[in-house]
Every structure is written in structure tokens, then in C-alpha cells.
Design a protein around this ligand. Sequence first.
Ligand SMILES: NC(=O)c1ccc[n+]([C@@H]2O[C@H](COP(=O)([O-])OP(=O)(O)OC[C@H]3O[C@@H](n4cnc5c(N)ncnc54)[C@H](O)[C@@H]3O)[C@@H](O)[C@H]2O)c1
Length: 267
Amino acid sequence: MDRLKGKIALITGAANGIGQAIARIFAREGAIVIIADVDDKQGELLADELGDNATFSHLDVANEQEWQEAMSMLEDKYHQLDVLVNNAGIIGDINNDSSQDPENCPLEVWQKIHAINMDSVFLGCKHAIALMKKNSCGSIINMSSRSGIVGVPHAAAYASSKASIRNHTKSVALYCAQQEYNIRCNSLHPAAIMTDIWNQMLGDNEQREETLQRIASSIPLGHFGVPEDVALAALYLASDDSAYITGAELVIDGGILAGSAASVQKN
Ligand SMILES: NC(=O)c1ccc[n+]([C@@H]2O[C@H](COP(=O)([O-])OP(=O)(O)OC[C@H]3O[C@@H](n4cnc5c(N)ncnc54)[C@H](O)[C@@H]3O)[C@@H](O)[C@H]2O)c1
């Protein structure tokens, strides 16, 4: 308890899934949590449930003006920002044949996925640094993915956006160290965490259970992860326990990447 006592933490995409689990654990550990999302209904509900230490703020992470407004609100109300979790992200419609493969992905699909997954992280880091440096302290946590480390033929736009997050995290970490801002920046790389992203991919058809079992059996630990698995890693990177860690990447994938059993599915 109290590992984040007195810290102000903004979490994007916090109305659902992994972001919601991060918001719950951060609030439990004493942080004041700003739930930032485009899903106003779920965001407000969560803020009400978490009580005095949580507030909802509408933020479309691909929109720079909305980032500026969010930072102005933080500066006026709290005079600081200690933790930013750039968590919001979309996978796109990968069930639609060839919608994201390198040969057929339409430019607008590619650009939309990069805007929400990647431009958002650039914007979040840019505007958070300006506020965090005023108090000479901060931790930025960027949500990449296993897909930011390996290629994914049927989700190439998603994978590219997540790889960019992985690299930008290291540039931000080094830049902040060079400037002696005392701002750390690290990336998280989850895989197979059961949330709406997986519900979208699995669909609601009769093969769902069979597909779930097949994927689970290919994971070294033998099962899907839950959002709390990622939230506890975020807690570590947000807290002073990780004071000497910057530019690092932490994989939370049940061991998938440890064996790196890449397979190419032939048509
Ligand atoms: N679930 C997994 O297995 C997994 C694996 C690797 C990486 N991730 C990453 O974790 C992050 C969270 O994913 P999740 O699984 O919780 O998905 P989710 O769909 O449950 O939650 C995503 C949240 O982001 C919000 N969002 C979408 N577009 C937004 C925008 N423009 N501005 C602000 N908020 C927006 C949604 O409203 C939602 O609340 C994503 O970046 C995802 O790529 C998830």
C-alpha cells in the first residue's frame, strides 16, 4: 500500500481493459488518478467508483490540442504530473482479410492506427516532459507490445506502431537523462492479455473456445494473462522502486518471446 502516495498519475485509455486495471491499482496505492479516454461513459463510471482520488478527463490521444488542454488542467489543479501511462491503443480490424497486411493495407488504415497508437505516445511524452521537468521528477510508461518486437504479417500497421513506441521510449529516456530532468521513460510489452482487443479478434462464433484453447496451449505458462498482470508491472515502473531504471523494456507475455517460436503460415 501507498507505493504511489501523493503522486499525480494520468493514464490514457483507462476506461477499459489494461488501463482500467492500472487506474485501480494506482488509486489503491495512494495516487491521484486521472482517467483519460474517449469512452466518456465508462470513464465517468470508473472515476465515480474510485472516489475522491480519481477524476475522468476526456482525451483523444491523437489530438495535440486535447493534450495541451489536459496538461493545462493538471497544472492549474495539481501543479504537477508525476506519472504518465501512455496506454491507449487500437488493433484495427484484423479479421477483415488483408486489411493490415504489408501488401494490401490501405493508407488510411495504416495512418489511423499510427495516429492513435504512435502519434499519441509522441504527443504524450512531449507535453508531459514540459510539466514534469518543473518538479524535476517523473516516470513515463509507454504501452508497446510483444508485436513491437517481432513482425506480425496480418497486423503489420499495429506491429509497426508498437515498434515505434519501443524505440521512441529509449530516445525520450536518453534525452531526459541528458537534460538532467530526472524523468524516466520505459516501455511495457504485453501479449495475450484478455481484454476487449481479444474479444474483437476472437469474435463471438462457435470456434471461439477452440481458438482460445489453441492459443493458450501455445503460451509457455499455458494460459492468457489478465489486465492486473500488466498493471502490477506499471506500478513498479511508476514507483520509486524502479528509480534506476530508464530506457528499459519489460515483457509480460507468459514466456511467449522467450522461446521465439516464430512460424510462417503458408496460404
Ligand atoms: N490485450 C493485450 O493482449 C495487449 C497486448 C499487447 C499490447 N496491448 C496494448 O495495451 C493497451 C491497452 O489495450 P487493452 O487490451 O486494454 O484494450 P481495450 O480495447 O480494452 O482498451 C483500450 C482503451 O483505449 C481507449 N482508446 C481508444 N482510442 C482512444 C483514443 N483515440 N484516445 C483515448 N483513448 C482511446 C478505448 O476507449 C479503451 O478504453 C493498448 O495500447 C494495446 O495495444 C494489449
